[in-house]
Every structure is written in structure tokens, then in C-alpha cells.
Design a binder for this molecule. Structure first.
Ligand SMILES: [Zn+2]
Ligand SMILES: [Zn+2]
Length: 215
């Protein structure tokens, strides 16, 4: 399974034409599905970065929005014009785009046998995360982690042992939670990226637009 970060506050390869911007989006490619987790803030930047990375937005068949903040959902409108017959999993029950088929379940959803949502997790801001089965174990993909990393990891652990964590870790400072993980890629709104890198240099992965993680 291949993860590509397409929208982030930073760029992974500085000398590229990729654009950084506040927000987050990550593409997940498997043999069966092409899933986009979050859409960043601005559609033009999302589509620009996809183009630069050789990603055809028309191939996306599933979109998951982690939560209702603009920096995760803002690119949806522009993207809706490029997809056909695409499923949208969101925490709201409104979808103004005819190309998207809305689902808003509260419980965990199986997208494929290797891709699950956590379902709605309540918090300061309700959020859903993705749980992805890689070769070595389950990876948790998060938007901002508003309900708390510990709560999200606990919910995700119902699928099996969690070996990786990728995404925005807003307000996160309970660093020992990362100890058992084989890799962690803190992105977007994570305040303590440097601290996490210092504490876990062997398992830390630098994020940013253009970063590819094969799990
Ligand atoms: Zn955010
Ligand atoms: Zn947020």
C-alpha cells in the first residue's frame, strides 16, 4: 500500500514545484482502491500538487474527510469536478456535489479489507481517522487528532496492533505513546515535530508534500 502526502504545511522535497500550504491531504493507493484522505484548504493547490506528482484526480474513487475544518475540506469543491462515481465519507449529512455519493456513518466502515475508518470519535472537534493494514501491521492516518492521539490509537487498536502513525498531531505532547511504533510521520499542525524527531530518531519520518510512505 502506497501513501503519498499531497497537501501539507511543508514540502518534503524543497527544490520541487510542489506547494506547501496550511492543511493536510494524503492519497492511499492499493490494487483495489484509490482513496484520498482529506483535501487540504485550497482546491487549486491540491490539484497543482497532484499534477506535479503525476496523480490523476479522476482515479480517486473514495474520499474521506476527517473532520469539518476548512484546512481538510476546502479542496473538496474543486476535486468534485474531477471525479465520477466517487464515494464520500464525511461526518456531516450534507453534500452539495452530484459527483459524490455521501455516506456519513457513525460506526467504523470497511472501505476494503485493508482500509477501515475508526468511525466518529468525539472530542473538542469530532473526527474520524483511517486504519490501514500494511505489510508489517496497521497504520493510523489522522487529520488533526482533535479527540487526542491516545483516544484515536485506542480506537484504532481494535483492528490489531498499531505499528505506524501518519498525519497531524494537534496539541500532542504525550510522547511516550509513540514508543511502541515502528514509524511515525508527524505532519501539518504537529507542534513538536523536532522534539519527536529527537526522541525517536530511528522511527521518525519527515513529512511534507511529496513524501511517499510504502507500508
Ligand atoms: Zn488541520
Ligand atoms: Zn482541525
Amino acid at each position: 500500500m502506497k501513501l503519498t502526502i499531497v497537501y501539507d504545511n511543508d514540502v518534503y522535497t524543497p527544490k520541487s514545484n510542489l506547494k506547501p500550504d496550511w492543511g493536510f491531504s494524503c492519497l492511499i493507493e492499493t490494487n483495489q482502491k484509490t482513496v484520498l484522505f482529506d483535501t487540504g484548504a485550497k482546491g487549486a493547490i491540491l490539484l497543482h500538487n497532484m499534477n506535479q506528482l503525476g496523480i490523476d484526480p479522476g482515479k480517486i474513487d473514495t474520499i474521506i474527510i476527517s473532520h469539518e475544518h476548512w484546512d481538510h475540506k476546502g479542496g473538496l469543491q474543486a476535486l468534485a469536478g474531477h471525479v465520477t462515481k466517487c464515494d464520500l465519507y464525511e461526518l456531516t449529512d450534507e453534500c452539495p456535489f452530484s459527483s459524490l455519493h455521501l455516506h456519513h456513518p457513525k460506526k467504523p466502515v470497511c472501505i476494503t479489507e485493508k482500509i477501515w475508518t475508526t468511525g466518529r470519535i468525539e472530542g473538542v472537534m469530532d473526527e474520524q481517522s483511517l486504519i490501514l493494514q500494511g505489510e508489517k501491521g496497521w497504520c493510523v492516518l489522522v487529520g488533526c487528532s482533535h479527540p487526542g492521539v491516545e483516544t484515536i490509537l485506542h480506537a484504532a487498536a481494535q483492528r490489531g496492533d498499531i505499528t505506524g502513525l501518519v498525519g497531524g498531531l494537534h496539541g500532542f505532547n504525550n510522547f511516550s505513546l509513540l514508543e511502541p511504533l515502528a514509524y511515525v510521520c508527524p505532519c501539518h499542525c504537529t507542534r513538536y515535530k523536532k522534539k519527536i524527531e529527537k526522541l525517536y530518531p530511528a522511527t521518525y519520518l519527515l513529512g511534507g508534500v511529496g513524501r511517499v510512505i510504502n507500508i
